[in-house]
Design a protein around this ligand. Sequence first.
Ligand code: C5P
Length: 254
Amino acid sequence: MARRRQLYEGKAKILFEGPEPGTLVQYFKDDATAFNAQKKGTITGKGVLNNRISEFLMTKLAEINIPTHFIRRLNMREQLIKEVEIIPIEVVVRNIAAGSLAQRLGIPEGTRLPRSIVEYYYKNDQLNDPMVAEEHITAFGWASAQDVDDIVHYTLRINDFLTGLFLGVGITLVDFKLEFGRLYENDEMRVVLADEISPDNCRLWDAKTNEKMDKDRFRRDLGKIEEAYQEVARRLGILPEAGSRDMKGPETMQ
Ligand code: C5P
């Protein structure tokens, strides 16, 4: 097999050149980081599960006409995606107070918010991803006013859809983070959903017990991290065919 060119290595994923122009291969690692990489670890099998969970959710979103970068899953740890220009904004949607919102505003974790709240963070590790307003995004040219309109429109639809989807399998969607990119096709540009949607970037609580089923188990040393990610996949009906024993997958890339 020809050696692929690595284009970018992030905290949880690696991007390789794709087989055709305009495509990339997104490889999901087991590496986990929190608090801007101050805490590092490995969650065995996470890459395999996130690859499947993100495939499942992006496919469902495409069915309700949300444009995404996802093309198809290639194997246990890789998916083929469209190459996009990432908009350097993390879009966070919150339905229930938790994490940084609970801390910053002194709202007890678990409080249902009066309505869903959309926040923006500027993607910049050196600055610790500071929260920004729409004004900053347009003033500094990170995205146009039209891009922001599209992003908010898609984000609210994604939140409604995923809230229902997760509730159907006994999971409360507390909050999550999205990233968008610009896709250039036939001289036209459109905003599409990019990155991944998985327990790494969502807060997912068991609807009955409020038990955490996401990366907060790693962030807060709650244990049973692998089990939580597996349980999310199991409830969505998408545990890997090979079962958990094969989830470690290859350690090194060809
Ligand atoms: O930490 P905070 O409460 O702001 O996180 C809100 C949501 O965004 C959580 O679901 C978290 O997993 C996600 N997030 C993320 N990547 C970041 C920051 C937050 O996926 N860099």
